[in-house]
Design a protein around this ligand. Structure first.
Ligand SMILES: NC(=O)c1ccc[n+]([C@@H]2O[C@H](COP(=O)([O-])OP(=O)(O)OC[C@H]3O[C@@H](n4cnc5c(N)ncnc54)[C@H](OP(=O)(O)O)[C@@H]3O)[C@@H](O)[C@H]2O)c1
Length: 477
């Protein structure tokens, strides 16, 4: 029997769809799942693609079915199951074989796994896959981390299954070891921020302007034809216009307002802190979900504290709608700038040399944050790949100057109306903090010196000093 080009373990939602995508693009694939019935069902339902699929029920049969050096995608529950699966697979593998973890792994686990195989003759790829079920089936955005040689072995198959933006494949090798999973983590952090900001704007339209779900859907529909054109705005319109078949009410109006946060969203905030990068919009989005999940406490607090008696709807709703559109664009710029800044810092720390224009490029299609806007980010980083921050590139500096006034008006309105907008507000203060040459940390430095004798730098460049507190004298350290 002709051997498979690639193997895949784990026929859950993502694995099954990815396997069908691989088969459909003309690649022969061997598949295996821990629970045999799942494999049988998958094969039985593969229809015309059965000819491209070798469904295996034992590990031995599975490994023998793949052409060496064998690339094997592991698409299972992240965490310990991946280590368990690797340990079960390893005895069957031979020189040059590649284990590819395509789940949402913590990149630090990926680095550990990569390192653990270093002298074994086997290699490891950590591969971020974005786009959910639909992306996996018809074209995801794929972020690859591993050795360049191992990438070359899988490049053809992965290119064939990836999403395409104007013909460009949305897959790339981004660097060694944990690079792919790190970039996927930050992608998800940005996704959290993007979703939170859209939800905050929805809150202003619903609670500040009294609009119905379908009216808000219309607004998003209009925005989707402009600069906010993106998958998330597109699906927001669709979900806002959907009707609950049980109650006949708008679907969103019967959904509990509590969102979970775990894994990649949380990790992106932790890593931003580890890298010493301010990622305030992503942090606000993760905290926003935390607060959302405390629904019982929120309901109790509303009865105790009441809602703020804020100002009513804005006078000129047409002008305000235009402000909301521009505010969302401005806030998105801050979130993406922060995400890219975290990646730049990690790239320096881990020596990955992450290609920023390529990352923006492979996010333009296939993934959840795909948008027109990412094409503009691609151009900005292509012109200036080493920029300190996206917001100081010429194109984005212009966009910030055009839209930050709207963001300021929207955040002010929300504050006065008592509507929570943590991510929008954090984006605004990020701009204001980042562009202010003279900040206020001089006072913090003085306080630190007062209570801890930490010393401070002087603006006039004279050596490190202590203040005239305590001893009453300025003393050189
Ligand atoms: N769903 C998404 O939108 C999405 C998007 C991007 C990335 N991901 C990531 O993709 C990975 C898979 O997600 P999914 O949604 O496809 O999960 P899923 O539908 O819940 O499937 C889980 C798969 O993992 C297998 N599994 C669980 N524990 C195992 C173990 N100890 N040893 C071997 N196999 C084990 C299951 O096998 P059995 O059939 O034997 O239980 C099943 O094939 C996760 O890392 C997830 O975070 C998901």
């Amino acid at each position: 029997m002709e051997q498979a080009e690639i193997g895949l373990i784990g026929l859950g939602v993502m694995g099954a769809n990815l396997a069908l995508n691989i088969a459909e693009k003309g690649n022969r694939i061997a598949v295996f799942n821990r629970t045999v019935e799942v494999t049988r069902k998958f094969y039985a339902e593969a229809g015309d693609l059965q000819g491209q699929i070798i469904a295996c029920e034992t590990m031995q049969e599975f490994v023998a079915a793949i052409r060496p050096p064998r690339p094997i995608i592991i698409m299972i529950k992240a965490g310990d199951p991946v280590d368990q699966q690797m340990a079960l697979l390893k005895p069957y593998l031979s020189q040059g074989d590649i284990m590819i973890d395509a789940g949402n792994a913590n990149f630090r686990d990926t680095m550990r796994r990569f390192e653990s195989l270093k002298d074994s003759g086997l290699t490891f790829i950590g591969m971020g896959v974005s786009g959910g079920e639909e992306g996996a089936r018809h074209g995801p955005s794929i972020m690859v981390g591993g050795t360049e040689d191992s990438w070359k072995r899988v490049e053809k198959v992965l290119t064939s299954i990836s999403a395409k933006f104007n013909g460009d494949p949305c897959v790339a090798w981004l660097g060694e070891n944990g690079a792919g999973h790190f970039v996927k983590t930050i992608h998800n952090g940005i996704e959290y921020a993007d979703m939170q900001m859209i939800a905050e704007i929805y809150g202003i339209l619903r609670d500040g302007m009294g609009m119905s779900a379908s009216e808000i859907g219309d607004v998003f529909g209009r925005w989707n034809t402009g600069r906010l054109n993106s998958y998330l705005i597109e699906i927001s319109e669709k979900v806002l216009k959907a009707t609950d078949p049980i109650s006949g009410k708008p679907m969103v109006d019967v959904i509990v307002d509590a969102a979970g946060q775990k894994g990649t969203g949380k990790w992106s905030v932790i890593e931003a802190q580890n890298m010493g990068v301010a990622a305030t919009a992503i942090e606000a989005a993760v905290s926003g979900r935390v607060l959302s999940s405390q629904r019982t406490e929120r309901l109790a607090a509303e009865t105790i504290l009441g809602l703020p008696s804020g100002q009513g709807a804005p006078q000129d709703s047409t002008a305000f709608l235009s402000d909301l559109e521009n505010a969302l664009l401005a806030a998105k710029i801050a979130a993406y700038a922060q995400g890219f800044a975290v990646m730049a810092a990690a790239s320096r720390e881990f020596g990955w040399n992450l290609p920023m224009p390529t990352i923006a490029k492979i996010w333009r299609a296939g993934c959840i944050i795909r948008s027109q806007f990412l094409d503009e980010i691609t151009s900005a980083f292509t012109k200036d790949p080493d920029t300190a921050n996206l917001i100081v590139t010429p194109a984005f500096a212009t966009m910030v100057k055009e839209t930050d006034g709207a963001l300021r008006r929207v955040v002010s309105h929300a504050a006065l109306a008592g509507l929570p907008v943590p991510a929008l507000a954090s984006a605004l203060t990020y701009f204001d903090g980042y562009r202010r040459g003279r900040g206020t940390a001089n006072l913090i430095q003085a306080q630190r010196d007062f209570f801890g004798a930490h010393g401070f730098d002087r603006l006039d460049g004279v050596d490190k000093h202590h203040g005239p507190w305590g001893s009453g004298l300025a003393t050189l350290s």
